[in-house]
Write a protein that binds this ligand. Structure first.
Ligand code: P6P
Length: 336
């Protein structure tokens, strides 16, 4: 039984036995995420003070300017996971292809692969708005001691063994699940320790907050347009409140605590939406379902989608179960 003020390390030890396939490796993996989160947090918090923000002068596979902190965060998470000899492969928004971590070494018995968005919402960095790291963990499906293949990464979200995010906000939090509920840990920067501050996080079944970039309204499918108008109508507990930070992790985190829905639909500009299935939507969907919420592409459960490529995009609707189901109803009946 977890209790508030327990440290993350104590929580991991106490819950070790409840980890599926508990062999200590997953615990060590979460511990390495903890270390990388503290290192990245230190840089994010001083971004305005040193010349570490601003484009690194290169663009990633998404064609987006790489902020120096994007590059830094990517390097730190890969370095930490590699140095601790825990995983056999990593895929990242900032890497064109997956990275094998000594998997060609027949003595490498590591059985996990990690997929990360090392610094989501990074365009917010130089305007001092919160950003986040998102991670997703799978067991490899190819034999240990052989080189990882793309198949180890193209697994359905329902196969995840762990997922979580770090939100670098007014305080820095690590929120994660290993399939046994969602727990949130807040960093005490004075001593560099994460403390259990939000045990057993749950989405309220209903909420009054909707998060979507309404600047794209005219490009949305009719069902989404109709749902947005539904949110704005004077009726019952509506109109809802519109809150959109431009940082998935922050919008998701607020909606999980207060109740709400986040939408990044497809549009005539983005035929599959903007968010990436493997290292944004699947981990957030795992967390949502573990917190009694829901995540879909408007028609299908996100975690049932069969991946076809590393950086594929999907439309994403996620949050309080009753709100997501209402949005899906509008998507199924756009003529109404
Ligand atoms: P837009 C950040 O780039 C991100 O991936 C999410 O964190 C955020 O919710 C969304 O994209 C913002 O995208 O097109 O509304 O600026």
């Amino acid at each position: 039984m977890s209790q508030k003020n327990q440290t993350l390390g104590e929580f991991i030890i106490e819950n070790q036995a409840s980890f599926k396939y508990s062999s200590g490796e997953l615990s060590r993996l979460i511990n390495s995420v903890r270390l990388a989160a503290k290192v990245v947090n230190h840089e994010v918090n001083k971004a305005g003070l040193v010349d570490i923000i601003g484009a690194a002068g290169e663009t990633n596979i998404q064609g987006e300017d790489q902020q120096k902190l994007d590059v830094y965060a990517n390097e730190k998470f890969i370095q930490t996971l590699t140095n601790r000899n825990i995983v056999c492969g990593i895929a990242s928004e900032e890497e064109d292809d997956y990275v094998s971590i000594n998997s060609q070494d027949e003595n490498n018995q590591n059985k996990y692969v990690v997929l990360i968005d090392p610094l989501d919402g990074s365009s917010n960095i130089d305007v001092n708005v919160s950003v986040g790291t998102i991670f997703s963990v799978y067991r490899r499906i190819t034999p240990v001691g052989t080189p990882v293949t793309i198949d180890d990464f193209l697994q359905k979200g329902s196969q995840q063994v762990a997922a979580g995010y770090v939100v670098y906000g007014t305080s820095t939090m690590l929120v994660y699940t290993t399939g046994d509920g969602v727990n949130g840990f807040t960093l005490n920067p004075a001593i560099g320790t994460f403390y259990l501050s939000h045990p057993n996080m749950q989405f309220p079944l209903d909420g009054r907050i909707y998060s979507v970039n309404e600047g794209n309204y005219i490009h949305f499918p009719q069902g989404i347009k109709n749902y947005i108008k539904y949110c704005q109508m004077e009726e019952g507990d509506r109109p809802y409140t519109s809150r959109y930070i431009g940082s998935l992790v922050s919008d998701f985190h607020r909606n999980m605590i207060k109740g709400g829905i986040y939408m990044y639909p497809k549009s005539s500009k983005n035929s599959n939406g903007k968010l990436r299935l493997l290292y944004e939507c699947n981990p957030m969907a795992f967390l949502a379902e573990q917190a009694n919420g829901k995540a879909s592409d408007g028609f299908n459960r996100i975690m049932d989608i069969e991946p076809t490529e590393l950086h594929q995009r999907v439309p994403f609707i996620c949050g309080s179960k009753n709100m997501v189901e209402k949005a899906e109803e509008f998507m199924r009946n756009p003529e109404n």
